[in-house]
Design a protein around this ligand. Sequence first.
Ligand SMILES: O=C(O)CCC(=O)C(=O)O
Ligand SMILES: [Fe+2]
Length: 316
Amino acid sequence: MMSPETIPAIDFSRYRYGAAEERAAVARQINQACRNYGFFYLDQHGIPADVITNGFAAAQEFFALPVEQRVACKATTGRQNRGYQPMFDTQREGEAPDVKESFDMGYPLDEAALAQLAEIPFYSRNAWPQDPGFRWRVENLYFSMLQCGQQVLRAMAESLDLDTNFFVARCEQPFTNMRLVHYPPQPPALEEGIGARAHTDKGLITLLLNDANGGLHVQSTSGDWIDAPPRPGALIINVGDLLTRWTNGRFRSAVHRVVNISGNERFSIPQFHHLDYFAKVDPADIPGGGDTAYEPIQAGEFVAQGFRRDRKSWRN
Ligand SMILES: O=C(O)CCC(=O)C(=O)O
Ligand SMILES: [Fe+2]
């Protein structure tokens, strides 16, 4: 059932430019939104409009390329989250696949780091198409979103009475990736194919940019679907499974889905914020959460498990 509720909107300029009390007030709003919804709109996020427009233009150009050129953007090994991901790769065993294709890129590593991390999932070279203008636009958006997400993670840390840099200090070589997603128009009957089936995100937080087509639904605490239409000038932030675990369940990783019955091609650009692969995630490090229900885990291994569950290419 669809709910009449809406997800909250938070004005981030008051955190970016405000005095200490104002920053604390915004941090409290973010904390409440993460507990009650696990999703919120971020207004005044500071990412320049033209950087976003250029990112969407790059996405449209990429998915208009001949399939051989898309497929040629391939990561070097299977257990990666970079390069072209073909239609239907996201599929849990026994379920129908998502009707979407994507191009992924992640944190650029220098040669020394690449050699050192060669055997570790998620770490490899980015795989670019030929047009240098594509890489330039995509990297620009990646770093703008990265910076914005780090600010949000600082506000979240403050709201949990942690050191401001508690999260970002564990993101020195993060496996944070940005994804350009293309959803073809889908038939109105959901059982005939759905853009992105109900799922939760796996990492710390996700920053999401959507085009004007709508179709994102977020599950409320009562189990109804809340429509999350695009809000001009805002991006959407949601909590991932790792942060839910770290906060001992206080921050909610909400189930969400994409239903593209707009009749149009739909494009979106999520950036999934992750930690360093070997970062330890121990709920005991975040005080005030009551008795911890979860054992400490390694960030990368936890997320890789989710990929093995959700991606055909990771199971082969
Ligand atoms: O395209 C969207 O609006 C949401 C995408 C999403 O949920 C995901 O890629 O995890
Ligand atoms: Fe998602």
